[in-house]
Write a protein that binds this ligand. Structure first.
Ligand code: SF4
Length: 487
């Protein structure tokens, strides 16, 4: 059927209000992709309009009517697009909108991007008449053409046959890789503008997504070239340029223009963002990041785990899903950070915090995936779940491999160099010169209640003490808000 001629009445509602709809297990008819099955989505530009059909070809693999209720299936969505104004640079831009538009479909939950997609179809939607993924394909094409009128023809091939998805996924990975490599030769200092992305503000209203040449989007789907192409074709769309303005901190990646954008985009919630910092006013994280980073105060280092990792636990005892809960929501969270996989390849990768010299742990499947991004001298110094199980064994590992955090990593805060490191603090404490965290460590046998609360709080992330208030009534007489550094 020619979609452009169709006036199809779908058995489901289509409305932006369904964006962010979650389908829980109790209401799950079928799961496509996600943790257990291969999946991807891909948009390909077709320059010859004769080679593209404006339609949804037959599905390859079982359709909804042939699926077992509660079953999990592989899933690929491959779109070919044609339009006189379209070129190859727009492929990734159009591809990222699949998440947005499919989110409008009631009873169809779409999460993530590229080879991480996770779709759930609700029992309710099936009961109402959703009986084929071709209906989803036709609704998706209709939405794309309504929202992006420069798309003149669009063909949607959906695949649920697992062997076919795996075969085509290998080709898709090469295409993603080629897009990523293209952006690695350009750096923040080479351009006058960065780009914002507001797509995720529908569920993370204070999210300030800034795409720069050295910091690809945390969802991994948009690099600087993609964002520029999106801004040109759709100037009123979500990817407006951000003039860089004055550089306020070259190491941390702080720019006056980005700070202005932070105020505007977050509704005043944030006034400063450092693009290449983990611990000091970091980039906000919505829910789409490919990788979650977490600070480990006990060793003064940083760990990373990615979405879809086979590793169930980190040395801090939390799985990806729990860490993701701490990172997401469009917040600037000191000690947690969401990034795109490509950011590991950036020469400015968390350079404000010491870069790779600050990384102490990675999930083994992530470490393997980005091993060519890791500087050779650090490859054997970063632990995985195969080396350590908890903080104690992580400490032992770091001492054994003589990890930089043991002797001190140079961190730059507002262009001031500070040498930090868990080993340094321990050495200072042993030498009787308590600093930061050690200042609040009770002596052997000293009860915790004798440590002043203010002292523990002042140590912040460096404090080795966790305060858990149970059954507490808290009365606050007065709250005084002060800017950082204000007396
Ligand atoms: S994570 Fe950022 S770049 Fe990616 S879609 Fe969301 S707002 Fe856009």
């Amino acid at each position: 059927m020619d979609v452009s001629e169709a006036e199809e009445v779908f058995p489901f509602d289509i409305n932006p209000m369904y964006e962010g709809e979650r389908i829980r297990k109790a209401n799950l008819f079928a799961e496509l992709g996600g943790q257990n099955k291969p999946s991807f989505e891909l948009v390909l530009y077709e320059p010859d309009p004769e080679k593209i059909q404006d339609m949804v070809p037959p599905l390859i693999g079982p359709d909804l009517g042939e699926m077992e209720a509660g079953g999990a299936y592989a899933y690929a969505m491959i779109y070919k697009v044609y339009g006189k104004q379209i070129d190859k640079d727009l492929e990734a831009v159009i591809e990222r909108r699949n998440h947005e538009y499919q989110g409008y479909i009631q009873g169809y939950m779409h999460l993530n991007q590229r080879a991480e997609i996770w779709v759930r179809i609700s029992k309710e939607a099936v009961k109402k008449g959703l009986n084929s993924l071709k209906q989803i394909g036709r609704a998706t094409i209709m939405l794309f053409k309504a929202e992006l009128p420069f798309i003149e023809k669009m063909e949607a091939t959906y695949i649920t046959d697992e062997a076919e998805v795996v075969k085509r996924l290998a080709e898709a990975m090469k295409i993603y890789e080629a897009r990523d490599v293209k952006s690695r030769g350009l750096h923040d200092e080479d351009v006058e503008e960065f780009y914002q992305c507001t797509l995720c503000q529908s569920f993370a209203p204070t999210n300030v997504c800034v795409v720069s040449p050295d910091r690809t989007a945390l969802c991994g789907a948009m690099n600087w070239f993609d964002s520029r192409a999106a801004a040109r074709i759709d100037p009123e769309g979500p990817n407006a340029p951000i003039p860089k303005g004055a550089c306020l901190d070259a190491i941390g990646g702080e720019y006056a223009g980005v700070n202005e954008a932070a105020v505007r985009l977050s509704g005043g919630e944030y006034d400063s963002i450092k693009l290449h910092s983990f611990l000091e006013r970091p980039h906000t994280s919505c829910g789409c990041f490919e990788v979650a980073g977490f600070y480990i105060p006990e060793v003064d280092g940083i760990g990373w785990i990615h979405r879809g990792s086979r590793v169930s636990d980190t040395p801090i005892g939390l799985p990806f899903s729990t860490i993701a809960g701490s990172v997401g929501g469009g917040r600037q969270v000191k000690g947690f950070l969401g990034i795109g996989i490509q950011y590991f390849y950036s020469p400015k990768f968390i350079q404000s915090d010491g870069g790779w010299r600050r990384v102490v742990w990675m999930a083994s499947d992530l470490k393997e995936r980005v091993k060519d991004a890791i500087p050779e001298e650090m490859r054997d110094k970063i632990a995985t779940e195969k080396d350590v199980r908890d903080i104690e064994s992580l400490r032992e590992f770091l001492k054994r491999v003589d990890h930089p955090v043991v002797n001190g990593v140079v961190r730059a805060v507002d262009d001031v160099r500070i040498t930090e490191g868990w080993g340094l603090k321990v050495a200072e404490a042993e030498a009787g010169a308590p600093t930061g965290a050690e200042a609040v460590v009770p002596a052997e046998g000293e009860p915790l209640k004798s440590i002043p609360l203010a002292q523990i709080m002042a140590a912040g992330f460096n404090s080795p003490i966790k305060i858990i208030l149970k059954d507490a009534d808290i009365h606050v007489g007065k709250i005084i808000l002060k800017r950082r550094g204000e007396k």
